[in-house]
Design a protein around this ligand. Sequence first.
Ligand SMILES: [Zn+2]
Length: 61
Amino acid sequence: MTDKACRICHFISDGSICPNCDESDLSDDFSGIVVIIDPEGSAVARAMKVKKKGHYALRVR
Ligand SMILES: [Zn+2]
């Protein structure tokens, strides 16, 4: 099982399509993981324009 990060929204998943934005532009070359638990109350989530809780990559190549 290989986790991949979406190049569009940085959402990390193990599928071939991003469950967050339905894009298939995924990369297994990413660094830094941010766990967003409370998108509404998190300044990090707001800064990253994240609306859904989950794991996000800080940097995707
Ligand atoms: Zn995405």
